[in-house]
Write a protein that binds this ligand. Structure first.
Ligand SMILES: O=C(O)C(=O)C[C@]1(C(=O)O)C=C[C@@H](O)C=C1
Length: 382
C-alpha cells in the first residue's frame, strides 16, 4: 500500500463514520420536524443554530479550524432546514388538499380588505366572496396582514398587480415575510376619475390626493396639469373621503366612480387612466395553505445565490417538467445587500407529480424556498 493509499484508507474510514452520523443526525432532524409540526413551531431557530456552532468550536483541539468548522455546521444545518421545510410543505399540502378550500359558506367568516369603504379592494372582495355582511377595512397593507396573523380576520383582500404599473412589491414582500398564503385571486377593471365637491372644476384645483398607484395610472393626464400639487394618501377611496371632509373646491381626488358615489362627490373628469384596459389583480390571503383539485396556479418564492448560471439552473426545472411559467418577479432579500428572491407564478396543482418533481429540484438548488399558495387562476380581463 503506497503512502497515499494509506491516507485515503483513513479518509474512507472517517467518511464512513461521518456518513453514518450524518444519517443519524437527519433521522433526529426528522423527529424534531414532526415535533415542530405537531406544536406549530417554526423550522428555523437561530439561537439554537448559534449554540450548535459555538459549542462544537469549543470541542476543537486545534482552534485554527474554527472558521472551517463553522462553515461545516452552517452547511449541515442548512441541509437540516431544507429537509424540514420539505416535510412541512408536504404535510401542509396533504392536510389542505384533503379538507380545505375557501369556504363557500362565508357567513361565519371574518373578511378584511385594504382601504376604506369604496376602495377597489372592497370591490374585489365583493366580486370574489359575493355579498359579505361584516367586512373590516384597514388603512395600510401591513394592517391587513397583522389582522390575519392575530386572528382578527380569516381572509384579507389586497391588490397585487396593475396591468399598467406592474407588481405592488410591498404586498409581495409582506406575504412572504409574514408567512401567509395566497388562497385565490380576482381581477377588476380599474377606471380612475378625477373627483371633487360640487363647484370644483379643472381650473379651481390646486391639490390632488390619491394612492401613488392612482397617480401612476393617470400620469399622462396629470402631465397637462403640472401646477397641481400631488399628495399621496393611504388609498384612492380614502382620498375621496378626505376631499369630502375638506369640502374645498381647490382639492380633488383620483379614485373610482363607486368611491365618488359613496362619499357623495362629483366626477370632474372621467376615465383619466393612461390605458383604457387598466385592470388590477387582487389576492385573497390567509394563514393557511388552502387548495383543492380545482386549483390550477401555484406561487413560490426562492433565493437566488450569487453564482453564475443560478437563475438558468433553477428555472430550467420548469421547462424540463413541462410547466408553464406565468410570471417572474425579483425582489431584494430582507437581509443582506444585492441578494435576491425570485417570485414565480406557474400553471399546475401541488398534487401533480411533475410539479412536485420540479419544486423538489428547485428546493435542492437554493438556500431559501417557500410555497406561497396553490389557487384557482382568474380570467384576466383584456
Ligand atoms: O434544533 C432544532 O430546532 C432543529 O431543527 C435542528 C437544527 C440543526 O440542524 O441543528 C436545524 C434547524 C434549526 O434552525 C436549528 C437547529
Amino acid at each position: 500500500m503506497s503512502e497515499l493509499e494509506r491516507y485515503r484508507a483513513k479518509i474512507d474510514e472517517i467518511d464512513r463514520q461521518l456518513t453514518k452520523l450524518f444519517e443519524e443526525r437527519l433521522h433526529i432532524v426528522n423527529d424534531i420536524c414532526q415535533y415542530k409540526i405537531n406544536n406549530d413551531l417554526p423550522v428555523e431557530n437561530q439561537k439554537r443554530e448559534e449554540e450548535v456552532v459555538n459549542k462544537n468550536i469549543q470541542y476543537l483541539d486545534n482552534k485554527g479550524y474554527s472558521e472551517q468548522l463553522k462553515r461545516f455546521f452552517y452547511h449541515t444545518i442548512e441541509i437540516a432546514k431544507q429537509v424540514q421545510y420539505k416535510k412541512v410543505r408536504e404535510h401542509k399540502a396533504k392536510n389542505s388538499l384533503s379538507h380545505n378550500t375557501v369556504s363557500s359558506d362565508i357567513t361565519h367568516l371574518n373578511i378584511g380588505y385594504y382601504g376604506v369603504e369604496g376602495s377597489f379592494s372592497e370591490e374585489a372582495m365583493l366580486k370574489y366572496f359575493g355579498d359579505v355582511k361584516h367586512a373590516k377595512n384597514f388603512v395600510e397593507f401591513e394592517d391587513v396582514f397583522d389582522a390575519i396573523k392575530n386572528g382578527e380576520i380569516d381572509y384579507g383582500v389586497v391588490p397585487i398587480e396593475n396591468s399598467s404599473t406592474g407588481t405592488i412589491s410591498q404586498v409581495l414582500d409582506l406575504i412572504n415575510n409574514r408567512g401567509l398564503y395566497i388562497n385565490g385571486e380576482t381581477v377588476l377593471k380599474i377606471n380612475q376619475h378625477l373627483i371633487g365637491i360640487q363647484g370644483t372644476n379643472l381650473d379651481s384645483i390646486n391639490e390632488v390626493y390619491s394612492h401613488p398607484q392612482g397617480f401612476e395610472q393617470t400620469s399622462e393626464f396629470l402631465r397637462s396639469y403640472r401646477q397641481w400639487k400631488l399628495t399621496p394618501f393611504h388609498s384612492t377611496a380614502d382620498s375621496v373621503k378626505l376631499v369630502a371632509e375638506l369640502n374645498d373646491p381647490t382639492k380633488a381626488a383620483i379614485a373610482s366612480q363607486r368611491a365618488a358615489e359613496i362619499y357623495n362627490l362629483n366626477i370632474i373628469k372621467e376615465n383619466i387612466n393612461n390605458k383604457t384596459g387598466n385592470s388590477t389583480r387582487f389576492f385573497i390571503i390567509s394563514k393557511n395553505l388552502i387548495a383543492n383539485d380545482t386549483c390550477d396556479k401555484i406561487s413560490v418564492v426562492f433565493s437566488l445565490e450569487h453564482k453564475a448560471g443560478t437563475l438558468y439552473h433553477l428555472l430550467r426545472h420548469f421547462a424540463e417538467n413541462d410547466i408553464n411559467m406565468m410570471k417572474i418577479e425579483s425582489r431584494p432579500q430582507e437581509f443582506g445587500n444585492w441578494k435576491y428572491l425570485l417570485y414565480v407564478d406557474f400553471e399546475g396543482n401541488i398534487e401533480e407529480a411533475r410539479v412536485n418533481k420540479a419544486l423538489g429540484l428547485i428546493q435542492q438548488g437554493c438556500e431559501y424556498f417557500r410555497l406561497l399558495g396553490c389557487y384557482k387562476q382568474c380570467d384576466l380581463l383584456d
